[in-house]
Design a protein. Structure first.
Length: 343
């Protein structure tokens, strides 16, 4: 079974442009990894072939040492953009994967490889990896957010993913904190994703430059305000640029309002934040915590740790594998607290 020392799982991370696959040990260490292009506009079967190509390519790297027992693949975990149904393993209608509409991805992969297959969205999977092996070890109730091009979130209650009635729970990136705010890609007004994601940070900086404000950002962007990115805002902050600092202070306040709502609703044991924008903001996490008390009814909000995610670009692969390991532990009635940390 999955708990045997020689047991391994393949974790597959599907995106709009790539499929990444890794062989993962029970302790969360990724032994081998590959990355292949995703054919998201060429039909369901062609897209499935991209997934199987990644699985087979990474499997070929698993060659046992002479005289050592074979380490067999015991399952495949898959994380994919939603919406999807984690209970049935069906990908419903993700905007950036037009190849799949009501596609039974888990069943198809299980049919081909004859191993258990688990499917969930990328934020849920990454949160589970953090709970088992990363920053969430030792905590039972976790709120996880990944901040990058968008904002994805997950809720873990008693170290189990909370899926809601239909599997659609946990879309915290589309919580509105300003009904008069900018329209989000989802159609709602004032979602935190429309205010604090990487593109949102860049848009606020671009808007201020368009007003004629002086900033080193303009030099970093080659004199083109429209080329300002959140990464450049981060560079400008490090150089002490006032405009960049102003933009980030607004972002921190948005995040404090949002997380204050999350705390009042869920009161998690810990908040874990990952993603590219989070890497830029982690030096400012203490400022978010300082801003929380006026944003919360909960008078003990400052006691909740705000931690940086342990897994970076490999969160999807590790998270996908975690789906399989967790499912096996639940079936066997084992505690997730016994899992060791990756080396």
């Amino acid at each position: 079974m999955l708990q045997a020392p020689e047991a391994l799982v393949i974790g597959v991370d599907i995106g709009g442009t790539k499929v990444a696959a890794g062989i993962v040990e029970p302790g969360g260490r990724i032994l081998h990894r590959v990355r292949v292009p995703m054919a998201c506009n060429e039909g369901a079967e062609t897209a499935l072939a991209a997934v199987t190509s990644a699985i087979e390519s990474v499997s070929e790297q698993l060659v046992p040492e002479p005289g050592t027992p074979a380490r067999l693949i015991q399952g495949v975990g898959i994380c994919s953009p939603g919406p999807l149904n984690p209970k049935t393993g069906v990908v419903l209608n993700p905007p950036n994967l037009p190849c799949w509409r009501d596609f039974p991805l888990a069943a198809e992969v299980a049919r081909i490889y004859r191993v258990p297959v688990k499917l969930d969205n990328d934020a849920n999977a990454a949160a589970l990896a953090e709970a088992l092996w990363g920053a969430g070890r030792g905590y039972r109730n976790i709120f996880y957010a990944t901040i990058g091009t968008g904002i994805g979130t997950a809720i873990l209650m008693d170290r189990q993913i909370y899926h809601g009635r239909t599997g659609a729970a946990g879309e915290g990136g589309h919580m509105s904190i300003d009904y008069r705010g900018p329209r989000c890609e989802c159609g709602k007004l004032g979602c935190i994703e429309a205010l604090a994601s990487g593109p949102a940070i860049a848009r606020r900086a671009q808007s201020r430059l368009a007003e004629g404000r002086n900033s080193s950002l303009l030099d970093l962007a080659g004199g083109r305000p429209d080329r300002v990115t959140s990464e450049l805002v981060g560079q400008a902050i490090a150089a002490g640029d006032p405009l960049a600092r102003e933009v980030i202070e607004e972002t921190l306040q948005f995040l404090a309002f949002w997380l204050g709502n999350v705390i009042d609703l869920l009161e998690p044991d810990v908040i874990i934040i990952g993603g590219g924008v989070a890497s830029m903001l982690k030096a400012h996490f203490f400022e978010i915590q300082d801003r929380l008390p006026p944003c919360c009814v909960n008078q003990r909000c400052a006691e909740i740790p705000l931690l940086t995610a342990s897994y970076a670009e490999e969160a999807g692969m590790a998270g996908a594998a975690a789906l399989c390991f967790q499912a096996e532990r639940v079936r066997n009635g084992e505690s997730a607290h016994s899992v060791s940390a990756p080396e």
